[in-house]
Write a protein that binds this ligand. Structure first.
Ligand SMILES: NC(=O)c1ccc[n+]([C@@H]2O[C@H](COP(=O)([O-])OP(=O)(O)OC[C@H]3O[C@@H](n4cnc5c(N)ncnc54)[C@H](OP(=O)(O)O)[C@@H]3O)[C@@H](O)[C@H]2O)c1
Length: 289
């Protein structure tokens, strides 16, 4: 195990946070990148995609980087390559990029273009392509609706998704960071049997004991809700295109890659729901329509 710290981007987020916890548990030294570091915590470093001067200092002294782009960043392909060049300049050897399932279909989308750059820029690379996270229902932007109305509102139609837990994606990241033999490869990371959002609502109801429903939005209804929530136009259209893939059944595929990497089955949705049941029992006082 190298003494050099591993730089973790998005370290305050759902996935990056799980990567930090699991790397630390495994005994690695971590450098946590965030726009708002705690000055009293030497493991934290300021990193902002909108401030290129923060990039090289964050990566300096690290041999490996766990990379995520900003969520729904339509400009990722114009920004991330500059950071990868700086990684190479300061001696980084291997970058694990958590991209997204479906980039083999959306090859010219923002994350597909980042993948392509990474594979050809001379750095060692590993690409993880996770499906939609289970934790979007327990920690993300869907939670306020769930807590205030017991409702999941999305333009997902009846499309099914093989949701994956960030805990499994993080475990895959730790594996490829630890094992040079697993590098220079692409791993599609999915959970088990694909579920519709009606089935998700039923699983959350079973786990929490609170009735939870799926309300199927039209694309226009979801667009209006996203505009009201203040999502920038480009990011909103990107999000709508992802749910278009769900409606078209493209998020339903199941991959064996996680089991091959971890030597065990993926966390099931019911296991995730049982572990987080208290979250959906809380009735938020703020109403979100
Ligand atoms: N959610 C899903 O279902 C899903 C599925 C597949 C792939 N992904 C991808 O996985 C990645 C992580 O997703 P997530 O759901 O874990 O994200 P998240 O919980 O929403 O966290 C977002 C992270 O991005 C960081 N961030 C935001 N703006 C930044 C900026 N200007 N500069 C530097 N960092 C910035 C935040 O860090 P600070 O606020 O601390 O700076 C935060 O740690 C994203 O690239 C996402 O597209 C997500």
């Amino acid at each position: 195990m190298s003494d050099a710290p591993i730089l973790v981007l998005g370290s305050s987020g759902k996935l990056g946070g799980a990567v930090v916890r699991q790397l630390r548990h495994a005994g690695y030294t971590i450098r946590q990148a965030t726009r708002n570091p705690d000055p009293s915590d030497p493991a934290m470093v300021r990193f902002d995609w909108t401030s290129p001067l923060t990039w090289a200092p964050a990566a300096e002294g690290c041999r490996q980087v766990f990379l995520t782009a900003r969520p729904l960043d339509v400009a990722a392909a114009a920004i991330v390559p500059g950071f990868l060049d700086e990684c190479a300049d300061v001696g980084v050897e291997h970058v694990v990029f958590s991209s997204s399932l479906g980039t083999d279909i959306q090859v010219t989308g923002p994350l597909g273009l980042v993948e392509s750059y990474l594979r050809h820029c001379g750095l060692g690379w590993t690409i993880l392509r996770p499906n939609f996270f289970m934790e979007n229902f327990s920690h993300g932007w869907l939670l306020p609706q769930l807590q205030s109305h017991g409702r999941i509102q999305l333009a997902a139609g009846a499309g099914r998704t093989s949701f994956v837990s960030v805990e499994d994606v993080a475990a895959a990241a730790v594996t490829v960071l630890a094992d040079p033999a697993a590098r220079n490869d692409v791993h599609d990371l999915t959970g088990g049997d694909p579920m519709s959002h009606t089935a998700v609502a039923a699983a959350l109801t079973r786990a929490s004991g609170r009735p939870i429903n799926y309300h199927e939005q039209t694309v226009e209804e979801m667009r209006i809700a996203g505009q009201r929530a203040g999502l920038p136009g480009g990011s909103l259209e990107y999000l709508l295109s992802l749910y278009g893939m769900v409606r078209d059944g493209l998020a339903a595929r199941k991959s064996d890659d996680l089991r091959k990497l971890l030597g065990r089955e993926a966390r099931t949705f019911d296991e995730f729901a049982a572990a987080n049941a208290d979250v959906w029992r809380v009735e938020a006082t703020t109403r979100h329509d």
